[in-house]
Design a protein around this ligand. Structure first.
Ligand code: HEM
Length: 558
């Protein structure tokens, strides 16, 4: 914004017919906007022509300025220093970073102490990243804040910045609107494909570059690992909306991997490129009105035709994320007798006919498109069978680890969002003569949030690393229990943080929108995480049963 004004000039626009204000030395013309201002018109006339920064920050958060700036800002104060925009420091390119490492002062050994001399590789591996983000303690994982970590390199840092810019500029300012409208604009999903994120979100050790021409800007296909996937999900979750996250990766992240891993080549070749590009959508259809966690008892039936060329599918599926927008349904069907050995996985295409979808009204994740699906005499070619007939249970089980890891990442970031929002609010809201942060009872709440968030995230990093180094079957056996345990840990942490944040925000998190919007929305989203993908009770029980089974095989001595 190039135009500049003096303070006196701004002061000249102080009537309701000509109303300017200053916020952080930037000039806003609110003459028209005052009539639409949700906080009322009168309150604005009281600060007309004046510096209203203090009042503005009391009632709003950063998202409001970001959203309205293009429409309302007309210039800045002539005294305003021309500073660079407050974006986090860009991660230096590898060469620059290496040079910095060599410049480092070597620690001097104290007399009598043995000082290990690090090799050059160890020195680089040991180096921490530049601090990144708002630096509010614990509002980001510790490696963002310059602490050491064995898991991340410069491609992770670059990806973090890439996704954060996108979310900050194109998603977060609008997320409340989208949630209320119960839909996310299709262009955002399309961007997920164009940015290469869909290709990267399948729990594979690298992204399938042969199936899409889109590339992740900061990371090549060969460099991609599960920590990159973690970062994409984590950064998108910063927008603080389960509905948004599930819209963008809910159906895809659980519906697409079975197609890639178990689909026959001609089927994968035909439909995967359209899915990865963001043109077509896919979801996972397992749960039924009468079969949730008890997957082995599902009743949706697929009968082979006499000529053996098709299955005819009949049945219902309930709580299917993204179902209303989906072209493809990765569906669990009964092809054999009762129990898990009669279950198959079938890729059903909407255009086959006989597929109806109806949006369900739910407590949370409003923009995710939770759906009731009916299949009526749907004719599905046998080529669409994933894996072999009656071996679908393994397909579903293999998928669970990836699904749960996604839920865990989201829950931990949502917990951080609740904490971060609370921390910021506690620094501006005053009660009984002091800021909230100066009340020990509020600090106690924040501390209880942090200890759970950090413990959960450290366990998540460890399991992500294990998933990355183990082969899939080994990971399914060895990590299934721990991932189930961490899922329960993450959802209970999320529930705790949403509740405590809500107490800190008080009435502002009871009404929708405004400063408490994220907390109010996340509070409503909690159950959408605690129930599906394995309820807390089932997860906790499984975590112990599975661990005992694995350790018995490993030679446990009780
Ligand atoms: C650039 C100028 C401004 C814009 C774009 C703006 C926009 C908004 C918006 C969108 C809301 C709805 C709540 C939310 O989503 O956060 C709101 C609420 C409000 N605004 Fe403003 N506003 C501006 C300036 C001001 C100023 C200068 C004051 C005070 C002097 C003020 C006082 C309020 C109040 C009291 C509320 C209601 C807060 C609540 O519900 O708790 N606004 N404003």
């Amino acid at each position: 914004m190039s135009k500049t004004f003096s303070k006196d000039e701004v002061a000249g626009h102080k009537t309701k017919d000509d109303l300017w204000i200053l916020v952080d030395e930037e000039v806003y013309d609110l003459t028209k906007f005052q009539h639409e201002h949700p906080g009322g018109q009168k309150i604005l006339t009281r600060v007309a022509g004046k510096d209203a920064s203090k009042q503005f920050w009391k009632y709003h958060n950063e998202g409001i300025l970001k959203k309205f700036k293009p429409q309302l800002q007309i210039g800045s104060l002539d005294s305003k220093k021309q500073t660079a925009p407050p974006t986090p420091p860009a991660t230096p390119p590898p060469e620059e970073k290496k040079a910095k490492a060599q410049d480092k002062v070597q620690p001097q050994a104290e007399s009598g102490a043995v000082a290990p001399v690090p090799t050059k590789d160890a020195e680089e591996a040991n180096e921490s990243m530049d601090p990144y983000g708002a630096m509010i303690p614990y509002s980001d994982p510790s490696w963002y804040h310059g602490y050491h970590s064995p898991y991340y390199n410069l491609t992770h840092a670059a990806l973090r910045d890439e996704v954060r810019q996108w979310v900050d500029n194109e998603i977060e300012p609008y997320v409340t609107e989208w949630d209320e409208a119960k839909v996310v604009p299709g262009k955002i999903y399309k961007q997920m494909g164009e940015k290469g994120y869909l290709a990267g979100l399948m729990g594979l050790h690298k992204y399938p570059a042969d199936r899409t021409h889109h590339r992740v800007r900061s990371v090549g296909p060969e460099q991609w690992d599960l920590f990159h996937e973690l970062i994409v999900t984590d950064e998108i979750s910063r927008a603080g909306s389960g509905g948004l996250v599930w819209n963008l990766l809910g159906g895809f992240g659980i519906g697409c991997p079975p197609l890639v891993k178990f689909g026959k080549k001609p089927l994968v070749d035909r439909i995967l490129p359209g899915i990865l590009n963001g043109d077509k959508r896919i979801c996972l259809a397992i749960t039924e009105p009468d079969a949730g966690s008890d997957v082995a008892n599902l009743t949706c039936e697929a009968k082979l035709t006499e000529d053996g060329k098709h299955y005819i599918v009949n049945g219902e599926k309930k709580w299917i994320t993204n179902g209303v927008w989906s072209d493809y349904f990765t569906t669990a069907v009964r092809t054999g007798g009762p129990g898990m050995n009669g279950v198959s996985a079938l890729l059903i295409e909407r255009e086959s006919g006989g597929v109806s979808t109806r949006k369900m009204d739910c407590q949370g994740v409003w923009s995710s498109g939770t759906t009731y699906v009916t299949f009526e005499d749907v004719k599905v070619p046998v080529e669409n069978l994933l894996s072999k007939e009656n071996q679908g249970f393994k397909v579903i089980m293999t998928n669970f680890n990836h699904e749960r890891m996604g839920i865990i990442i989201q829950c931990i970031r949502f917990s951080r969002v609740c904490y971060e929002e609370s921390m910021k609010y506690a620094h501006k809201r005053r009660t009984f003569g002091k800021k909230l942060i100066d009340h020990p009872v509020i600090r106690l709440k924040l501390a209880h949030m942090v200890r759970q968030i950090e413990a959960s995230y450290n366990w998540l990093e460890n399991l992500t690393y294990q998933c990355g180094v183990m082969a899939e079957t080994e990971a399914m056996l060895k990590l299934g229990g721990a991932i189930a345990g961490l899922k329960a840990q993450a959802t209970t942490t999320f529930e705790f943080c949403a509740r405590e944040a809500s107490q800190i925000f008080g009435g502002l998190s009871y009404s929708r929108g405004g400063q408490g919007a994220k907390v109010e929305r996340l509070y409503r989203d909690v159950r959408a995480y605690a129930i599906p993908g394995g309820s807390e009770e089932i997860m906790l029980d499984l975590s112990i049963r599975q661990a005992l089974r694995v350790h018995k095989a490993l030679g446990m001595k009780l």
